[in-house]
Design a binder for this molecule. Sequence first.
Ligand code: NAD
Length: 441
Amino acid sequence: MNKIAVAGTGYVGLVAGVCFAEVGHQVTCVDIDENKVRLMESGVSPIYEADLEELMQKNYAAGRLHYTTDYKSAYKDADAIFIGVGTPEQPDGSANLSYIATVARQIAETVEKDCLVVVKSTVPVGTNDKVEKFIKDFLVNDVKVEVASNPEFLAQGSAVHDTLHAARIIIGTESKWAEEMLRKIYEPFNLPIVSVSRRSAEMIKYASNDFLALKISYMNDIANLCELVGADIQDVAKGMSYDERIGAKFLNAGIGYGGSCFPKDTKALEYLARQHGYELRTIKAAIDVNKDQKTMLYKKACRRLITFSGLKVAILGLTFKPGTDDLREAPSLENIPLLLDAGADIYAYDPVGIENFKKKYSEGKNGQGSIKYVESVEEALKDANVCFIFTEWGEIKAVKPEQYKKLMRTALVYDGRNIYDVEAMFKAGVEYYSIGRPYMK
Ligand code: NAD
């Protein structure tokens, strides 16, 4: 078994570290955030992911998993150092590689034996080459350091399951030594391994994510047309899904993709193409459609209502998708400022996202409007004039159409996730607008 260090304990780094320990490796997870490290040492996960805490506690107790802010002790004698720090979007759309550079420098200054540095973070094509050169430039000891690409494909909300049962492991290496080392590390997972060059591995990650983003934007584009011509996007998607060339997944129309990956990875690939004098028209279209899609329901509601000022607005769901506490690029973050500017009194419910949302919008008066965070769907809906559904949490899907009619002052619902049957809402007396489906009156 190998001695592994993981830099960064976010969704990718922590889950990777825990899963490496679960299959028997000796793992030290490194983060600069002392609070996170303290929390993890006490058995608590700093992020919300199914099964994660249980595996953290199990492997910590077994002595296979450690947490530290002291990167020197973790890197100096590791066989492999996985980098899972953030690569956030910069204002021009490019990926910010400063966190990667910091870790690369820390590795160069501390490694005392030959080691493989594995970049798990999503980075533009060519970054692994640069990281390797950068480490060699700053290397303090006379040791061999090679860099490999091993992009991550987990989805937040099912990250542990996706790691232990990944459809494939992509490894991008430039030597047999690096390839063999990664094959050995991943052997206990017993998963298909696709071995390619570093640059191809980096491109596989962007091409995969951007294809999925494109698929979502395509369905949203078709959904918007469905509304105009009287077709139903859910029936259309169902009909399409039987074609194996299309597949049944990622055909749900909605309020647009969010999260930490699709928005930034589409922009980063488009930026990379531009840098090389190429216009990536398909991805540009995906980005444009998504931008408009996020505020589609707000604009619809503006056409229906005279004003939001003084209205009680119920918001169901704040996170970018169910199963996560992550708010990055969530549709709620686009719509809530618009509603507040318009004077709405918001009553927001989310089963896990409220604490993170409070860091952005504290409770009480906000601009022209106000926000109150509530602990149940019922509290949010009680006497509301209008309701927006932004996340399809199980707790929200469980609300029956009749409850909207019974609890709200005006049963007016804008559903960004197409949770309900249009006819069922109509029969319950709810004025119901969704995405790409006919409105019944
Ligand atoms: P994150 O922001 O949740 O976590 C990054 C962590 O790195 C933070 O805890 C931060 O404190 C830590 N960090 C920063 N500098 C450090 C340093 N010098 N040493 C040690 N730790 C340091 O990020 P994430 O969502 O896990 O994403 C990480 C990368 O993986 C990104 O490139 C992302 O695009 C990619 N990715 C993310 C997902 C996802 O679903 N979140 C999926 C696949 C790939």
